[in-house]
Design a protein around this ligand. Sequence first.
Ligand code: SAT
Ligand code: MN
Length: 578
Amino acid sequence: MPTTNTELKAWVEASAQLTKPERIHWCTGSDQEYEQITRELVRTKELHPLNSGTFPHSYLYRSDPSDVARTEHLTFVCTKDKETAGPNNNWLDPQVAHHKIDALFAGCMRGRTMYVLPYCMGPLGSPYSRYGVEITDSPYVVISMKIMTRMGNDARHFIEQGQPFVKGLHSVGDLSPERRFIMHFPDEMMIKSIGSGYGGNALLGKKCHSLRLASYQAQHEGWLAEHMLIVGVENPQGETHYIAAAFPSACGKTNLAMLIPPESYKGWKVWTVGDDIAWIHPGKDGRLYAINPEAGYFGVAPGTSEKTNPNALASLQHDAIFTNVGLTADNEPWWEGMTTKSPSIDWLGNKYSYPGPAAHPNSRFTVAAKQCPSYSPQAENPQGVPLSAIVFGGRRPRLIPLVCEAKNWAHGVLMGASLASETTAAATGQVGILRHDPMAMKPFCGYNFGRYWQHWLSFADNYSQLPKIFSVNWFRQDEAGKFLWPGYGENIRVLEWIIARVKGQAEACPTAVGFLPAEGALNMKGLSLSPTHLDQLLYVDHAGWKDELEKTRAYLEQFGDDLPAGLLRTLESNYKSL
Ligand code: SAT
Ligand code: MN
């Protein structure tokens, strides 16, 4: 075995004993290994090579049609007691959970290869990086993890030197939803996932490790693991401010992270540090610093176009994996929202027939972060980037203004805790239903939300230079159901105001729900938006807000004794001021 780490050795041996693979492959993470695995997957028809002239080294992968999104009802957090997991998680006693899932793992890798893949989340050698080893029988997971993480010998080297590591055992099993579970054991720093080959269920470094286990660990160690993109916004004077922003899955994190400012913003540039996850640590100077634990993007394909996200399209010109998209007659990937060409084959591999869809609504691309034209070299900075602002946003057709600055840290935490958003295709279940999704962490917080909010609140007691907190809503609609705000590149206007507020240079109106841009404070140069639309985008509907806060209170109260008094007090005082 290519390891001297006795803990790792024993765990790999025990996993092999349980799952009975035909062979064990220790992943090196080399390019040759990637090529060899993709070649084999092409041979077995699990990967479909795309047009080598226009999409060199790129592949289409079709997952099982019953396995196309995260399955939250099959995801468990197995802490010693139920209260630690909280009402926001499905819970099972750890012993019961191990027993249940191990029975499914028994012999599940017979005749298959077991891949052992060491990985590092975060820049190699950063004091904030964390390590893991995923054992899997899915070669698709191996090639995806090679793109999404620092995977292979380099990561193993740190584990050999004694760095603690998360143990993740994964098998596609028989892909049956009846025998599918994603279980987390935070006290053992262990993940067991069976029955799914889909992204967040199977690439264990992502949601399972970097959010559910990491958030649990972060609470104990005094940092934050968040479902946030990280961007650097550089102004024409060459000054860059970093912003971390939480939005639920499939609500535009990747688009915002890769934003290209419009014509009228000459000299402005947005740098992408991360598009999905931020690990945030307090620095010695009292500021918060963020690293992106990932090395790649697993972005939603539909809707990605030259208009909405040219940087994503440019990233995808080579060495990318597309999952569950359609194909054109030229053997190129196609999805809804693509303005060029038309689909010929749908995501199931059948001849496309109108009206579609050609791509699954949660179809994805997987690509190395470095391929993005706006990739920030700061993504490799082991210390992370200092945060000027934290933003919370969701899909809200009504009520929530385009942008609003929190009155103080505690109010910002309340804004995050009150976040609600319409559901999307990123998880199985109905789409378009408004649900509470505090800090966009509903599916990802590895412990009791009440304690998580307390942890967030505690930062105000300990650090002097905290970022300002804002809420945004790109999705507000008029009566006819039309979006009021153009979004995408135009969102720079909101980011500009946010940064100006941080610097104390922009005007704001105090309202009951927070500070809104004063008249003329949002830069509208070059944008033909009618003043009535802007008024509607910033309108504070007092009756609607009262109702909203009542609903929020009812939601928060289910956390009982774990609900921080400070949060409820902030809610009450907001309510009174309405
Ligand atoms: O959970 S995934 O990582 O597959 C994508 C998402 O829903 O954010
Ligand atoms: Mn996500």
